[in-house]
Design a protein around this ligand. Structure first.
Ligand code: 5CA
Ligand code: ZN
Length: 418
């Protein structure tokens, strides 16, 4: 298994409730479409953030996803919750196999090298590692067991194709289908075609039925199973990994907005049919990061890579601050000027937390916590810290503890070391 080194998170004192601070985190979730509390009042919060398909290095869009939900993780911890965090690696799927084929690389070596690069990028960005980081190829047995549960429920069938009788799941018949993404059928069909689905596959009962087990094709990796020799479809991998680690009804499944449909809708549908219970309580998605006017994506090739920026000498904390300056639900465009302003902010904050004295940390931290607990408003949190740091740099405040308290809190809550 690929190790992902732990990140030290300083313990900071809680701010007393004197500022009308909410005692829970709320997000505008994709399923509720309004601000709702996520995670329990106390105990364990379960987080599943969909992981990479490891065929190209971590770009700013990926980093935005993992840094945004790292803030959720930190804010939950700050509320005293225990966070159980699981993430997958889609290390067997069409795009990875296609890339390996094009470049003549072994698909496993390609995946391993890209997973290593991703992990080192995440470490540089101080993303707290998941408790479980699980490649799909390591849990084929779990996938098959889950598909067998769907079979027992009478919800899968083989397409009428004598060469490749692949197994499909009757997704649209699942209770609550559509309640994650709120798309109408025409929109679903469009998104399905765009995001890894196959609405036009002949022999399917319904265009929205999703692949759960693909029979072996020559030259493709395959595993023996009770369904025949083959490999898992995409969605079922995340359903199995989440259910078997976080249990049913865990707090949040997360990812980029491109995953709302079909991916998260299909995961929810598979889980409810297999277990009779809801999958995640909430589904949260970050906006899409673009470059040169188009969504940053491996398939289009318009990428800004975290590793490239860092190799060019950019401080990883500058990259992190540039990401935190955007609200997680917004779509935005990467441009070098964002890194320049993040660098100026980092320099100012560094100077302020190394000043001998400053204004009291507590009211500022109450505002930071208020912003973060209210739909992860990182831009507000950054603005509040800017005000504190400007005051300090203007020579205000005689509190000797404040600079150190602010440094520890900025590290704990925002993951930025100064
Ligand atoms: N392996 C699947 C998830 S199970 C997958 O989507 N992999 S990925 O490598 O394509 O993307 C990894 C994560 O980054 C996903 O959560 C995806 O939604 C997110 N992501 C990809 N591109 C962008 C982008 N341009 N902006 C924001 N998030 C993005
Ligand atoms: Zn996933």
């Amino acid at each position: 298994m690929h190790a992902w080194r732990p990140v030290e998170v300083p313990t900071i004192p809680a701010t007393p409730g004197a500022y009308g601070l909410p005692d829970e985190v709320s997000l505008v979730t994709t399923d509720a479409r309004r601000l709702v509390p996520v995670g329990p009042q106390q105990g364990v919060a379960g987080l599943y953030v969909c992981g990479i398909t490891p065929y190209d290095a971590t770009h700013i869009g990926h980093a935005f996803t993992y840094v945004s939900f790292d803030v959720l993780n930190r804010v939950w911890r700050d509320l005293g919750l225990t966070v159980q965090y699981a993430q997958n690696v889609t290390d067997v799927d069409d795009p990875l196999l296609e890339r390996a084929e094009q470049t003549g690389e072994d698909w496993k070596e390609l995946a391993t090298s890209q997973i290593d690069l991703f992990r080192s990028d995440m470490e540089a960005l101080r993303v707290i590692p998941p408790d479980w980081y699980v490649p799909a190829t390591a849990i084929i047995d779990e996938v098959v067991d889950l598909i067998e549960q769907l079979r027992a429920a009478g919800s899968i069938y083989q397409v009428d194709d004598p060469r490749y009788p692949d197994w499909y799941f009757r997704a649209a018949q699942a209770p609550g289908f559509g309640e994650v993404s709120h798309l109408n059928r025409a929109q679903m069909l469009g998104e399905f075609a765009e995001h890894g689905g196959d609405p036009d596959r002949p022999g399917k009962e319904d265009a929205l039925d999703c692949l759960v087990w693909r029979m072996e094709r020559s030259g493709e990796p395959a595993w023996d199973s009770s369904l025949g020799r083959g490999r898992p479809g995409w969605h079922i991998e995340c359903t199995a990994i989440a259910l078997n680690r976080l249990g049913r009804d865990f707090s949040v499944q997360a990812g980029g907005r491109d995953l709302a449909f079909p991916h998260h809708e299909m995961c929810a549908a598979e889980a409810v049919v297999a277990t009779g219970e809801p999958f995640a309580q909430s589904y949260a998605h970050v906006g899409m990061v673009s470059l040169d006017g188009q969504k940053m994506s491996k398939s289009l090739g318009n990428l800004e890579l975290v590793s490239r920026l860092v190799n060019q000498g950019m401080d990883p904390m500058t990259v992190r601050l540039a990401l935190l300056a955007q609200h997680y639900r917004d779509d935005w465009e990467w441009m070098p000027s964002l890194a320049e302003s993040a660098q100026r902010r980092l320099d100012a904050w560094r100077a302020a937390v190394h000043a001998p004295t400053g204004t009291a940390a507590e009211p500022t931290l109450a505002d930071v916590r208020y912003g973060l607990r209210t739909d992860l408003d990182t831009p507000m949190a950054l603005a509040v810290i800017d005000e504190w740091s400007s005051a300090v740099l203007a020579g205000e405040g005689s509190d000797e503890a404040a600079p150190g308290q602010m440094a520890a809190a900025i590290d704990a809550l925002l993951g930025v070391t100064l």
